[in-house]
Design a protein. Structure first.
Ligand SMILES: *[C@@H]1O[C@H](CO)[C@@H](O)[C@H](O)[C@H]1NC(C)=O
Ligand SMILES: *[C@@H]1O[C@H](CO)[C@@H](O)[C@H](O)[C@H]1NC(C)=O
Ligand SMILES: *[C@@H]1O[C@H](CO)[C@@H](O)[C@H](O)[C@H]1NC(C)=O
Ligand SMILES: *[C@@H]1O[C@H](CO)[C@@H](O)[C@H](O)[C@H]1NC(C)=O
Ligand SMILES: *[C@@H]1O[C@H](CO)[C@@H](O)[C@H](O)[C@H]1NC(C)=O
Ligand SMILES: *[C@@H]1O[C@H](CO)[C@@H](O)[C@H](O)[C@H]1NC(C)=O
Length: 504
């Protein structure tokens, strides 16, 4: 391991905060008898109802970042970390009435690949945090807002596959044939995506992470699209291959490249973005970013019907036990807002992070949709093991769902681009494209109890952005690069009320 680097240096917080409060916050104290560091303002609550249960968004309560030019212990630029996050088990602690500490495990995707894919080894970044939620109505300055979520890098765990070989972020131009005799699964590896026949390394574009209680963890990826299980030290143990309908077949042969779309199966770069375990650790859920090719996935106007898989992981070889259709939201032009993460809440209900690609580092400065929404699959038809697991049977044609398939219910919930809420933390949506512009690609969710006896169903929702490793002072595999823009790794925390989620 490595020595820790201090990302944000605020040691004596209380005096800083007192100085920084705008007058309006002091007014708020006396007027409403509410403490802006302990009491959510009830007038801000935005609620959503799904399956008879009421969920409440009490607003944005913290913001933090890791600078775009920060490097990890391997010397690589620390980027992409909002591709997946989890709170390290047992670390979240309420240390005072206003302060919480804990550790985030963040998992980047495939390195700086704006120009071309690179030989980036998949990894985890461990980040300690101090959370001091801010509920006040005044607008903090951007600099002061950074006090609300202070992030300190602790270390990196690299991922290795068969024979201790480094994984790679390079496009998967090759296929390693199915092999027996590896890991804990007697059927061993299915056919695997590799960089090429001559560079026989597992190509990994990691987008989801979920931890078992024994320290091993699951990683979902976009190339396969596969789900891998790794040991706590980052060594591959086993691989879940989804039904054949999901696999990228081109003219009858597997081809895992992300550059061209297959004839059936997952669309390039639209693999398993969402990965989540139920609280008992028995069912693993994986959400495909948008529709399979045969279900309309090649065109944004027809790609809304994606699929969610459920695996029973209590067996040595995980068993597919559920498959549900998810109707993703669409923008005003009818284009799909693809899903970048899913988080299981309980009772068949999930948070799903759906969004456009606009914001800092994105296609344009002004975003129109970035939300952690609610999905309920309790009334959805389970299609696992049916004809739809064969690519010859699409679930949708030209954007219309095949009759007889009841999808999950999707309801709008936490809006990331609420101007009033962003302004409270010195942030904004739209021009100017400076450091205070909200990032484009939010891709991760983690939820933990606020440990507030007055509001026992209140949770903090942590979310982070994938900055695509965009920095003017980058290093990739020892080689410097300049991406022409500094796009920080941004983190936000919302306070939300979740009925019937176990109060962890
Ligand atoms: C934006 O947040 C404010 C509270 O700051 C709330 O009153 C309003 O309803 C929110 N708007 C949306 C669209 O969520
Ligand atoms: C990142 O950039 C800032 C501002 O230019 C600079 O002060 C800092 O030293 C840089 N950090 C690294 C790790 O290069
Ligand atoms: C906070 O910022 C927003 C957006 O700039 C502005 O409309 C609002 O008046 C500000 N509120 C306060 C209390 O300064
Ligand atoms: C792992 O090493 C063994 C023994 O050298 C070799 O036969 C096998 O092909 C290697 N597997 C991979 C995937 O490189
Ligand atoms: C997969 O397709 C790419 C792009 O067409 C091609 O370069 C590559 O050789 C193919 N791989 C295999 C294993 O056929
Ligand atoms: C899918 O169905 C087709 C047509 O019935 C069949 O030829 C093919 O073998 C099936 N594929 C799989 C993987 O079962």
């Amino acid at each position: 391991m490595i020595s820790s680097f201090i990302v944000a240096l605020w040691i004596l917080l209380a005096p800083l905060q007192a100085q920084a409060f705008p007058a309006t916050v002091e007014d708020f104290f006396s007027r409403a008898s509410l403490n802006p560091y302990t009491d959510p303002d009830p007038t801000w609550a935005v609620s959503a109802t799904i399956n008879g249960q009421t969920f409440i968004n009490k607003g944005l309560v913290a913001f933090g970042l890791i600078p775009s030019n920060f490097t990890d212990s391997t010397g690589d630029t620390m980027g992409g970390i909002g591709s997946a996050i989890a709170l390290k088990s047992g670390t979240f602690t309420k240390t005072s009435g206003t302060t919480y500490t804990g550790t985030i495990i963040a998992q980047p995707d495939r390195g700086y690949n704006v120009v071309q894919t690179v030989d980036y080894q998949a990894r985890q970044q461990e980040i300690d945090f101090v959370l001091i939620p801010f509920y006040g109505p005044g607008n903090l300055t951007f600099t002061t807002a950074l006090n609300t979520l202070q992030l300190t890098y602790k270390g990196t765990t690299l991922y290795y596959e068969r024979n201790g070989t480094d994984t790679t972020g390079l496009d998967a131009l090759g296929v390693r044939p199915q092999m027996a005799g590896f890991g804990i699964d007697p059927n061993a590896d299915p056919a695997m995506p590799i960089a090429s026949a001559s560079y026989n390394h597992l190509s990994t574009d990691a987008e989801g992470v979920a931890f078992n209680s024994d320290g091993t963890f699951w990683v979902s990826d976009e190339y396969g699209p596969y789900i891998y299980r790794y040991s706590a030290t980052g060594n591959l143990i086993q691989t879940i291959q989804p039904p054949s309908a999901f696999l990228p077949y081109t003219n009858g042969a597997l081809n895992f490249t992300s550059v061209t779309d297959p004839t059936t199966g997952r669309v390039g770069n639209q693999g398993f973005e969402g990965l989540s375990l139920d609280p008992t650790g028995t069912t693993l859920y994986a959400l495909l970013q948008s529709a399979l090719v045969q279900d309309g996935g090649s065109d944004k106007s027809t790609s809304r019907y994606t699929r969610l898989l459920a695996y029973d992981i209590t067996q040595t070889i995980p068993l597919l036990v559920g498959e549900y259709v998810v109707p993703l939201p669409q923008n005003s032009k009818g284009n799909t807002l693809a899903a970048s993460e899913a988080h299981f809440l309980g009772d068949g209900i999930f948070l799903v992070l759906s969004r456009d690609g606009d914001g800092h580092g994105g296609s344009s400065d002004k975003s129109s949709y970035k939300q952690a929404d609610l999905l309920d699959i309790s009334g959805a038809i389970d299609i696992h093991g049916t004809v739809y697991d064969n690519a010859t049977n699409p679930i949708a044609n030209s954007g219309t769902l095949v009759s007889g398939i009841t999808p999950g219910t999707y309801v709008s919930f936490v809006n990331y681009i609420n101007d009033t809420q962003l302004a409270r933390f010195g942030l904004h949506n739209g021009k100017p494209a400076d450091q205070t512009l909200i990032d484009a690609k939010w891709e991760s969710l983690a939820v933990v109890s606020c440990q507030d006896p007055t509001y026992p169903d209140d949770f903090f929702l942590f979310t982070a952005s994938d900055n695509d490793f965009i920095t003017t002072q980058g290093v990739s595999g020892g080689v410097p690069y300049n991406a022409g823009l500094d796009n920080d790794n941004q983190f936000m925390v919302f306070r939300i009320t979740l009925p019937s989620t176990p109060r962890n």
